[in-house]
Design a protein around this ligand. Structure first.
Ligand code: MGD
Ligand code: MGD
Ligand code: SF4
Ligand code: MO
Length: 891
């Protein structure tokens, strides 16, 4: 079977774009993946993360067996223990002492079963998920205004629009294939305008006609002022307002206090008056407008209001449900939308039903369940507080890594110590969260799992398995159903294939629906397993009226509120209230994503091609802040507050990408990959009062240089785990494991600690103690085992030649001499930091090509191939051209 030819179509497990992926090769040797040409999300393209999927499939780091307190156990023992504990906690403390914390990365079928068990059979609604950190504000705002959690538009709207406003979205890095579609649309119609509203100048700004580097948190004021302006200019759609909406007066009244004039608005938002005027005029004059928004909106203390201030603008101008015109909240995770459909958040029941008596009764009858939860459960931040207070005695974390991603992550760590039983289902063995669990359950991973996901435009696609699971790993739906069965619910959870779960989910969506609920899959009820296996991507709803799915909602002007009219939501124009306030000696820490890593890196860190784009955790500083604080570019910096500290590399941004008084830190690095970079420990718990979504983009921190005695790097043939020094960062390369290292400690002691990790002790060494300069290597059977370079202040950027040396089967005398000399003998190319991951083109090569006359991304592509596959690096190619182009070539 292992040499059977694979021909499978599946869906990318990363972002909410939901691209189709073609799998070929054999289970033992999966070929480089390709974009699925017929998938309506990507039409054959894949971004750099998607293109590297086959590199992440290896068994390294996988959790292979159930464990109990660190010791391997059987599934039977583990499942019985979990089921018994839940039953015992319910009978002693009631159902609300049980909690699940899930993820938008579960498949719909996994998610459905988890939600059903918690809300229908345990009888509590304490099932929240990492989606609370992600799009809870977007959900709350849609429900307040349009009556249901429905994304009104579709991806084609992003191409058909005349004005695309991206707010708090770095789509170039976070939703790359949509960004490419936007880029292609603008190229085809250069008159299409793009505005980016983001405090930082990101790669997304590459596409922008106008960038508003807004003061963080002032978006609501900006949008309220725009609503007032449109009203004053008589630019509202009065017919739509009269026929299809209610409550505009209250919204206009609330908005009117935003700012008296452009001057005042400029002072509040920190954006030049002229740019504000340009934006307002474009918005007024362009009926086809799409507002595309993401975490800069949702992860705010007023995230729901921010989102509603955007929806208000679209209602006021009737720009909803029309081709090229809608408010478009983009989701992050591959199945954030599927989670919303099954009711995966603590304040939803199931299938877009809530906790009204009628909904509860309907769901109870459908599930034939003993005890449907009576009221919404605890939202993530409160849920972990109750774990800490001891009220929650049993916690089951599935497919998420809260010890990194939750605000005040050390407090979450502490909370888990107070819980009687913490169960974690994960596919990886070594995460911050698995380290805190009593019971670990090995989950099947992408490539092994079978089910459905829904992307950001409501399109349901199949994720299909093509590999056997390693060890004893099992799909999440199976694990959860087994626990349910052992709690006594054999019949209600007797699934043996995900198609049965999907069918039940589809039937619930249509149960007593009769057009009253947007989410309706009646057209997919009763599929055979073969039909399910063959299901082509389709946008919900799928019912009698829309048998082929529906691209746009609200094209008929009818909404899901009681009156069927959309509701304007008055939102306060006050500056957001924060418990923390920035003082003159603190910086505002903003956090977010980098191009080539996914969240807590459990998957992307396995692909050497992805590790090379940004190899270390970093912090971006404005040059004046750096100067004031004595922080130097490319040196280590300590960022800290009362909650914790991180040590990362400083980047002093001289390209005006970073605002003064603010610092940006990527969210990805964890204790598995770096000594001190788990930024979640610094984040405060402020959250939106309506959605409960934490304000993850705003925390007070201080920063100072982190002086070390020495710096260096270590390459080894095997993974050594954490190292004994202040600063280390771990990456895989094609042929070796690599650590960036630095320390305040004695380098000789550190070197000894490394040497002790190897049985063999025939190290070759160059040493110059007076200058703190050492080069060591260990060679066994004529193969390199380890190379360690240490120096007090040295540029180690050139080392690809050493990584290549690791791949050699035989080392020559010349190789040995080169290692001790610290440089390649003879001419070897040094590519520099990898910019194009697909073709491994480095900054040095690009610099050379630019000096040689390449003046555009296309020309660089022709010369070096960079940017010609997935295109994710094109914004960076353009900024390198701006950086390195010979002065006379710049007009
Ligand atoms: N490469 C990669 N792609 C991903 C992910 C990943 O981990 N890696 N994760 C996926 C997930 S789950 C999500 S949710 C999405 C997130 O996708 P995005 O939301 O696009 O990504 P972020 O980098 O979190 O934040 C976006 C921007 O918000 C800006 N911002 C901060 N504060 C404010 C503010 O007050 N106002 C405004 N207007 N902007 C502000 C930040 O500067 C940042 O550039 O990405 C998805 N795609
Ligand atoms: N400061 C700050 N914090 C943030 C954010 C931010 O912008 N700034 N963004 C927030 C957002 S939007 C998000 S979505 C979260 C993401 O944060 P997390 O959800 O905590 O991050 P992931 O790394 O995606 O965690 C997924 C875990 O599930 C495992 N896993 C993968 N597939 C499966 C599977 O099929 N089954 C099981 N059981 N396990 C699996 C992975 O190995 C990994 O350990 O972070 C949030 N936290
Ligand atoms: S844009 Fe990239 S990460 Fe997102 S689904 Fe497509 S290939 Fe995957
Ligand atoms: Mo997210």
């Amino acid at each position: 079977m292992r040499d059977q030819e694979l021909k499978v179509q599946t869906t990318c497990p990363y972002c909410g774009v939901g691209c189709g992926v073609d799998i070929s090769g054999t289970p033992d040797d999966v070929a480089p993946v390709a974009g699925m040409k017929t998938h309506p999300a990507n039409f054959g393209r894949l971004c750099v993360k998607g293109s590297a999927l086959h590199n992440t499939l290896g068994p390294d780091d996988r959790l292979l067996h159930p464990t109990l307190n660190g010791c391997q156990t059987s599934w039977d023992v583990a499942l019985n223990l979990v089921a018994d504990k839940i039953r015992q906690v319910i009978s002693t403390h009631g159902p609300d002492a049980v909690a699940f914390y899930g993820s938008g990365q579960l498949l719909t079928e996994d998610y459905y079963v988890a939600n059903k068990l918690m809300k229908g059979f345990i009888g509590s609604a304490n099932m929240d998920t990492n989606s609370r950190l992600c799009m809870a504000s977007a959900v709350a705002s849609y429900k307040r205004s349009i009556g249901s959690d429905t994304v009104p538009g579709c991806y084609e709207d992003l191409e058909q629009t005349d004005l695309l406003v991206l707010t708090g979205s770095n789509a170039a890095w976070a939703h790359p294939i949509l960004f490419q579609r936007m880029t292609a649309a603008k190229k085809a119609r250069p008159e299409m305008k793009v505005v980016v509203i983001d405090p930082r100048k990101t790669a997304t700004c590459d596409l922008a006609d106008l960038h508003l580097p807004i003061k963080p948190g002032s978006d609501t004021t900006l949008f309220n002022a725009l609503l007032t302006y449109l009203h004053q200019q008589d630019a509202l759609d009065n017919e739509f307002i009269a026929n299809c909406s209610e409550n505009i007066e209250a919204a206009l009244e609330a908005a009117s206090g935003a700012a008296r004039d452009f001057a005042e608005l400029a002072a509040i938002t920190d954006v030049p008056e002229q740019d504000l005027e340009t934006f307002f005029t474009w918005f007024k004059d362009t009926p086809k407008t799409v507002s595309f928004y993401s975490q800069g909106v949702n992860q705010s203390v007023d995230g729901t209001d921010k989102a509603n201030s955007i929806v208000n603008l679209h209602l006021a101008t009737g720009r909803i449900g029309k081709p090229g015109a809608c408010p478009f909240s983009i989701t992050g995770q591959p199945n954030a939308m599927g989670g919303r459909e099954v009711g995966g958040l603590a304040n939803q029941l199931a299938a877009h039903m809530d906790f009204s008596p009628a909904d509860r009764d309907r769901v109870r009858r459908f599930w034939n369940s003993p005890a449907v939860a009576e009221k919404p459960g605890l939202k993530a931040v409160d849920l972990f507080s109750e774990v800490k207070s001891g009220k929650i005695k049993f916690l089951w974390v599935m497919s998420t890594n809260p010890l990194v991603s939750m605000p005040d992550a050390d407090d979450v760590k502490e909370a888990m110590k107070h819980c009687e039983l913490v169960v974690v289902s994960d596919c990886m063995a070594n995460t911050d969260t698995t380290a805190a669990a009593h019971v670990l359950l090995p989950a099947a991973s992408w490539g092994e799992k079978n089910g459905t996901v829904t992307n950001s435009e409501r399109r349901i696609s199949r994720q299909r398995g093509f590999l056997p699971s390693p060890g004893e790993a099992r799909p999440d739906w199976w694990i959860i159903s087994q626990v349910a069965q052992r709690m006594g619910y054999e019949e209600e959870f007797s699934y043996d294939h995900p198609s049965q779960i999907f069918d039940e989910h589809a039937r619930l969506s249509s149960f007593e629906n009769n057009g009253s609920r947007d989410f309706d899959l009646s057209g997919l009820v009763g599929m055979s397993q073969d039909q399910y296996d063959a299901l082509a991507p389709i946008q919900w709803p799928v019912n009698e009226e829309y048998p082929e799915g529906r691209a746009r909602f609200y094209d008929d002007g009818r909404f899901y509120t009681a009156s069927q009219k959309a509701k304007f939501i008055p939102v306060s124009a006050e500056a957001p209230v924060r418990k923390e306030s920035i003082s003159s000696d603190t910086l505002n820490m903003n956090t977010g994503r980098v191009r080539d890593h996914w969240h807590t890196m459990t998957r992307t860190a396995k692909a050497a091609v992805l590790a090379r784009h940004i190899a270390e955790p970093y912090a971006d500083f404005h040059p004046e802040d750096a100067m004031r604080l004595g922080i130097r570019d490319n040196k280590l910096v300590r960022i800290f507050n009362d909650r914790g500290q991180i040590v990362v590399r400083a980047q002093v941004r001289t390209d005006q990408a970073q605002r003064k008084g603010e610092v940006f830190v990527p969210m990805h690095w964890t204790s598995r990959y770096a000594s001190q970079a788990r930024m979640g420990a610094l984040i405060n718990k402020d959250n939106d009062p309506i959605s409960g979504q934490p304000a993850l983009k705003m925390s007070d921190v201080q920063a100072e240089a982190y002086p070390t005695q020495w710096e260096g790097f270590l390459l080894t043939a095997r993974d050594l785990g954490p190292l004994d020094t202040d600063y280390w960062v771990y990456n895989v390369t094609d042929s070796a494991h690599m650590y960036e290292i630095s320390g305040q400690n004695d380098p000789v002691e550190f070197m000894a600690s490394i040497r002790n990790k190897f049985a063999a002790n025939k190290w070759l060494m160059f040493s110059d103690p007076a200058n703190l300069h050492y080069r060591l290597c260990l060679i066994e059977d004529n193969k390199l085992q380890a190379v360690l370079f240490v120096h007090k202040d040295y540029d180690f950027s050139s080392r690809q030649w050493l990584i290549d040396t690791f791949a050699q089967d035989e080392l020559s005398m010349q190789d040995r001499r080169a290692i001790l000399a610290g440089r390649p003998l003879g001419k070897q190319e040094d590519k520099g930091a990898i910019i194009c991951s697909c073709f491994q083109v480095g900054e040095n090569s690009i610099k050379e090509a630019i000096a040689g006359g390449c003046g555009s991304a296309e020309e660089l592509g022709k010369s070096l191939k960079c940017g010609t596959n997935c295109g994710s690096c094109i914004p960076e190619l353009k900024s390198l051209i701006a950086k390195y182009q010979p002065a006379e070539a710049v007009e």
